[in-house]
Ligand binder design. Structure first.
Ligand code: ASP
Ligand code: MG
Length: 377
């Protein structure tokens, strides 16, 4: 019997799941990085790339998108060349088509969640199959049975007490059998068994909840980038990886739109067991997120801009950015460079500073601030 301390949670992001080859690659990496090192990963999967967006259209009635999802998952199953997997995938796809066909009211949010949940469910079947192909004994867990939520369709919150009970009931059999369990992220069900989804990017929230409720130390969120960056590298090529962040900093960055993390992901970690979250790629887990950061790491971590609204702003996220010295430093930069400040906001209860700027100046100001804050020592 494996011991509980060997457990970890590994969430595979949808951006990495594009074709059969990428499922096998994920399975191989799970084996090499975790299983071969004596770890027992609980694997959480997202839907394959683009599938959730398509299924949302399917729920609204698009047959074109239904064809796309069916073809995509069938192609991946065939690429894995296992007749067992192809059969399972075909069965699920038939069921999806049947449900779409019986749609009475496509605006019913419960119906939408049911449709969208197939993205993760099929991805789970493909991941279990891929693990078997690389000789890892694997078993499907059912999010519908284990992850209990409220009934806010499309943005459900996990009921931690019932979910913890459910997870406790199965954890010993997982440890006893030493098989790698795979569960679909993003999906849950109400107490009455009605399928719900947890909000975009919700697989992270599934992963952190499982870890926190089972007292598991390490959660790995695997994506296509090496970690959270100081800013968008497409805007500022010299952006760097942020090595360490606290939960509140990561949550705040997520609220301002950093890397599509679901802000709810940090709630269970704040409330219950404080697992460490590693974000990165198979090459490098560059960012570590933990409950508290040491004093010498207090300061700005991430800077980004929002220009979608009438009131464009720059957000600087990090514990200590409300500190008077930091505020002065920022104001000095604006003053010296002649940038206009339309408003400035800091909070004593949130680790961020918002500076409202003139439309069209966002990028220029962001680059200048990034240079001063992160590139000059
Ligand atoms: N597939 C879902 C989404 O795209 C959940 C996730 O990826 O975490 O939002
Ligand atoms: Mg996704």
């Amino acid at each position: 019997m494996m011991e509980r301390k060997n457990l970890c949670v590994v969430k595979i992001g949808g951006s990495l799941l594009r074709d059969g080859k990428s499922y096998i690659e994920a399975a191989e990496n799970i084996k090499k990085m975790f299983i071969d090192n004596g770890k027992l990963p609980i694997v959480v999967v997202s839907a394959a790339k683009g599938v959730t967006d398509s299924l949302i259209e399917v729920a609204k009635g698009s047959t074109k998108h239904l064809d796309y999802v069916v073809e995509k998952y069938l192609a991946i199953a065939k690429e894995l060349s296992s007749s067992k997997i192809v059969k399972r995938v075909l069965e699920e796809l038939e069921q999806l088509k049947r449900i779409v066909g019986t749609a009475a009211n496509s605006f019913d949010p419960a119906f939408q969640d049911l449709i969208v949940s197939f993205g993760e469910k099929l991805s789970k079947i493909l991941m279990v199959g891929s693990l078997e192909i690389v000789n890892v004994k694997s078993v499907e867990l059912s999010a519908r049975e284990l992850i209990i939520t409220n009934n806010i369709h499309g943005d459900a919150s996990i009921d931690y007490v019932s979910t913890a009970n459910n997870l406790e009931k199965i954890v010993n059999s997982i440890l006893g059998a030493s098989v790698t369990p795979v569960i679909e992220g993003f999906v849950g069900a109400t107490e009455d068994g009605v399928v719900t989804t947890l909000g975009r990017g919700g697989s992270d929230y599934t992963a952190t909840s499982i870890a926190s409720l089972l007292g598991i130390d390490d959660v790995y969120l695997v994506t296509e980038v090496d970690g959270i960056m100081t800013t968008d590298p497409l805007v500022v090529p010299s952006a760097k990886i942020v090595n360490v962040m606290s939960y509140v900093e990561a949550m705040e960055a997520a609220l301002h739109g950093a890397k599509r993390i679901n802000p709810k992901a940090f709630e269970p970690l704040e409330k219950f067991y404080g697992s460490t979250v590693f974000i990165g790629s198979w090459k490098l887990f560059g960012t570590r997120i933990q409950r508290k950061i040491p004093d010498n790491m207090i300061g700005p971590k991430v800077i980004m801009y929002k220009s979608s609204s009438d009131m464009p702003y720059i957000a600087i996220v990090g514990e200590g950015v409300g500190n008077i010295r930091f505020i002065k430093m920022i104001i000095d930069i604006f003053y010296e460079k002649g940038f206009e400040v339309l408003g400035l906001q800091t909070y004593y209860y949130r680790p961020s500073m918002l500076v409202h700027v003139k439309k069209g100046e966002e990028v220029k100001i962001l680059r200048e601030l990034h240079r001063k804050i992160f590139e000059e020592v």
